[in-house]
Design a protein around this ligand. Structure first.
Ligand code: ITT
Length: 191
């Protein structure tokens, strides 16, 4: 089965294709989509749908999009939908610096990552949500992964996502939890 992966985030592409290798993934370049995918909504679910429906409406390809974010309890859910450009720039280091500064005064470091995948297949839209709960630590640890991985330690673990291998992160992450639901849906309906 061919599905266009509606993201330009190379780390997401690696995590998703690694977890679902049986799907024949088609890139945005392969469908000759050069535009920036729109994500102008105020929620993760709507942004996710917006990206996938943009591809379906303009390129008529079955596609999967991923919108994700980090929600920090003491910061009332921030950075949330603004995770990619929390500092005002699309810069993970600046985003982490701002997050650590804002969280410094709080004892409560609880956070969760959330992913909402949108699959548009044969014109029908389906969403799959995954989350992982954990906490933010005061300084960066590890070099793997992307985004906020170096300051996020999942519950019941002692290492950050950035200290884990791709396989270890994929065994428990928000994205992998959403992908497991997608996989079951595809198995039940399309394979
Ligand atoms: P696409 O829209 O092209 O898919 P993006 O990087 O813009 O790529 P999002 O809009 O979903 O992706 O932004 C989510 C941001 O949340 C992302 O840039 C990271 O900073 C953070 N994030 C999402 N998933 C993450 C993960 O698994 N580990 C660490 N940070 C993550």
């Amino acid at each position: 089965m061919k599905i266009c992966l509606a993201t330009r985030n190379a780390h997401k592409i690696e995590e998703i294709t690694h977890q679902l290798p049986k799907i024949e993934w088609v890139s945005l370049d392969e469908i000759e989509c050069e535009e920036e995918l729109p994500e102008t909504s105020t929620t993760i679910a709507e942004n996710s749908a917006q990206k996938a429906l943009f591809i379906w409406n303009n390129y008529h390809e079955n596609c999967l999009s991923d919108d994700s974010g980090l929600e920090v309890e003491a910061l009332d859910g921030e950075p949330g939908v603004d995770s990619a450009h929390y500092s005002g720039e699309r810069d993970s280091e600046k985003n982490i610096d701002l997050l650590l500064n804002n969280l410094f005064i709080f004892e409560n470091k609880k956070a969760r990552f959330v992913t909402i995948l949108t699959l548009v297949i044969d014109g029908k839209t389906h969403q799959f949500e995954g989350e992982i709960k954990g906490k933010i630590i005061n300084e960066r640890k590890g070099k793997n992964g992307f985004g906020y991985d170096s300051v996020f330690v999942p519950d019941n673990y002692t290492t950050t996502f950035a200290e884990m291998t791709l396989e270890q992160k994929n065994a428990l992450s928000h994205r992998s939890n959403a992908l497991k639901k997608l996989q079951i849906f595809l198995q039940n309906n399309y394979f």
